[in-house]
Ligand binder design. Structure first.
Ligand code: TTP
Ligand code: MG
Ligand code: MG
Length: 358
């Protein structure tokens, strides 16, 4: 079973402010280099009707959207919190849950439904209702004999969809899908294939392994070979725990002004904390990463209490940074980041306090 939230970031904004519901909504990542520089992160389906999509420059989106469009800055730590809540709901239904990204998860529910696809459909309906009741968000769920088919079924059912592809329907389902619908085929591979006259998955499934290997190398060729025939049967396994979570950015200009660096770091720490929280881990070490104008990398870390809040983490980072600057009067910083490490699993209670306590 594959679960993907519909227009996730934009839908969170919509649900929290229903008055914007029927308007085009785009959530943007402003680059911080001024004006409208940056890209679209998520657009609701109203905005998509105008051709707005993720990855598009904000300027382009503004040009094609009407005046009443709602343009919002990304709130990643908030979406991560919503995501974590939803992933925990999914885990409460049993089965193996592998979180694939902030808005998608693949679940092996074979044992939960005794291998019965109709029961899986009933379970998916329950899951959709639970997510909606708890968060107000819709998602799309695909069900199939393996994860590739389940993901494609979810994509094909969007938005607010539910689609089952039975084992005996796999060949028909795949035949007429465009090759780009196959997970892992991006626009680049898609283009190479189209140029060879391979337009849909049915065409792809006619190619033999050696032929694919010449174009894509063995590993990808084998994946395309199996996936296009609907026979990819990787088991669903939970992800191994991360060993660290880090985030690094380039400063707007080179500097050794502590206030300037700390201002940039506050968003960096917040973002890393959001990812830490949504991963379900707490850190006992926090490190500062500094890349100087001479391209030297300096890392230095400190112990922190499990579950420290944003302000406290910023104080720790500031202290390390002040020491570095004091030790070396020639140090000018070009890039800066933070790293949480020595992670420990935490379970149950909300980590909301991670963002609010001081
Ligand atoms: P997706 O699931 O790819 O997209 P979506 O949820 O916005 O829309 P859909 O209904 O088609 O599933 O990505 C999940 C979130 O990840 C998305 O809301 C925003 C973020 N994202 C980006 O920031 N940049 C991107 O290029 C993409 C594709 C997604
Ligand atoms: Mg989505
Ligand atoms: Mg997704």
């Amino acid at each position: 079973m594959f679960v993907d939230l519909d227009y996730f970031f934009a839908q969170v904004e919509e649900v929290e402010n229903p008055s914007v519901k029927h308007k085009p909504i785009i959530v943007c990542v402003f680059s911080g280099r001024g004006g409208d520089s940056g890209v679209v992160s998520s657009a609701n389906y109203v905005a998509r009707r105008y051709g707005v999509k993720a990855g598009m420059p904000i300027r382009t989106a503004k040009r094609i959207l009407p005046d009443e469009a709602i343009i919002l800055p990304i709130r990643l730590s908030h979406y991560s919190e919503v995501s974590r809540k939803i992933m925990n709901l999914l885990k409460s239904f049993g089965g193996v849950v592998r979180v694939e990204s902030i808005d998608e998860a693949v679940m092996d529910v074979t044992a939960v439904v005794d291998g019965d696809f109709e029961k899986a459909v009933a379970l998916a309906k329950e899951i959709k209702k639970k997510i909606f009741d708890e968060t107000g968000l819709t998602c799309s769920i695909g069900i199939g004999p393996n994860r590739v088919i389940a993901k494609m079924a979810a994509d094909a059912s969007k938005p607010n969809g539910l689609k089952l592809v039975m084992p005996e329907e796999v060949a028909d389902f795949l035949r007429n899908q465009p090759v780009e619908a196959l997970p892992g085929i991006g626009s680049k591979s898609g283009k190479i294939l189209t140029e060879k006259g391979v337009r849909n998955v049915g065409d792809l499934a006619k190619l033999e392994l050696p032929e694919l290997e010449k174009i894509f190398g063995f590993k990808r060729a084998l994946y395309f070979y199996q996936a296009s025939r609907g026979v990819l049967d990787e088991p669903v396994a939970e992800k191994p725990p991360p060993s660290q979570i880090s985030k690094i950015i380039t400063l707007k200009r080179n500097t050794r002004d502590i206030e300037e660096v700390m201002e940039a770091l506050s968003a960096v720490v917040e973002d890393a904390m959001a990812r830490l929280a949504s991963s379900g881990y707490l850190a006992s070490k926090l490190g500062l990463i500094v890349i100087t104008t001479t391209l030297k990398t300096i890392t230095r870390q400190t112990e922190i209490r499990l579950g420290t809040g944003l302000d406290e983490n910023l104080r720790s980072i500031r202290k390390i940074l002040a020491e570095l600057l004091e030790e070396d009067g020639e140090l000018y910083i070009r890039r800066v980041g933070v790293r949480f490490s020595e992670l420990k699993k935490f379970s149950g209670q909300s980590s909301l306090n991670l963002f609010t306590e001081s």
